[in-house]
Design a protein around this ligand. Structure first.
Ligand code: PEP
Length: 250
């Protein structure tokens, strides 16, 4: 049995004051959650979010991590800095990073390796663009991204990773993959993990769906056997909406 995991991706939203307001409202609403609960916040909110969630069941994550220990990498944040600030998780390879900031399977692999080295739990994002789905390329794109991300990663380390299947056409668009599309593609991704690491690792790996997941569609998606939770963007920015999704994940 895989424990579901619901993670909020705040993207570039919430100042420290807004973070305080949201987290304070969220803590009591999700205290009886049956799933793991994570909020992936902007770098500047990590220490505050960690402080505000102390003693609660909410874990804090970052949205990216540098591939080097330290040094001349202006604008980057190291894994040690994230861990010290209180992050336990880190989103890696989000499609917005791939699309706007030149992230490639190689840099995703380097960041993932670095996160694992410092004990951070990666949430690895993979998924196809609309034209790739329409061109029948979904499986090939997801396989290439998964294989690239896990290059050189041991089975023991791979087991610490959560994968988020996020069809790019569904992110922030209000268009959700159907329950069947999500289930089928996640099942395929699990088969790729099985080829890399064997059945036990694949069966144990948590693979979320992400892309306009909300209070209306969470029940259908979560009812699918392959869907182990969600990575939630827009709907994670309001305490009631995010709490509803969290409480629906059993
Ligand atoms: C995301 O940012 O990973 C995401 C899935 O966003 P949204 O829920 O807004 O589509």
């Amino acid at each position: 049995m895989r424990k579901p995991i619901i993670a909020g991706n705040w993207k570039m939203n919430k100042t420290a004051a807004e973070c305080r307001e949201l987290v304070t409202a969220l803590v009591p609403k999700v205290k009886d959650a049956k799933c793991d609960v994570v909020i992936c916040v902007p770098f500047t909110d990590i220490a505050l979010a960690a402080e505000l969630t102390k003693g609660s069941n909410i874990k804090v994550g970052a949205q990216n991590v540098a591939w080097a220990d330290s040094g001349a990498f202006t604008g980057e944040i190291s894994a040690a800095m994230l861990a010290e600030a209180g992050a336990e998780y880190v989103v890696i390879g989000h499609s917005e990073r791939r699309q706007y900031f030149g992230e490639t399977d190689k840099t995703v692999n380097a960041r993932l390796t670095q996160a694992l080295k410092y004990g951070l739990k990666p949430i690895l994002c993979v998924g196809e663009k609309l034209e790739e789905r329409e061109g029948g390329m979904t499986e090939r794109v997801c396989a290439t991204q998964v294989e690239g991300a896990f290059e050189g990663v041991s089975a023991a380390d791979a087991e610490k990773v959560v994968i988020a299947y996020e069809p790019v056409w569904a992110i922030g668009t209000g268009k959700t993959a159907t329950d069947e599309q999500a289930d089928e593609t996640i099942g395929y991704i699990r088969s790729v993990v099985e080829k890399l690491y064997g059945k036990n690792t694949a069966d144990g790996m948590r693979i979320q769906y992400g892309g306009s997941m909300n209070a209306k569609n969470v029940d259908g998606l979560m009812a699918k056997p392959q869907v182990d939770g969600g990575l939630i963007g827009g709907a994670s920015l309001k305490a009631d909406d995010f709490a509803y999704i969290v409480m629906a994940a059993k």
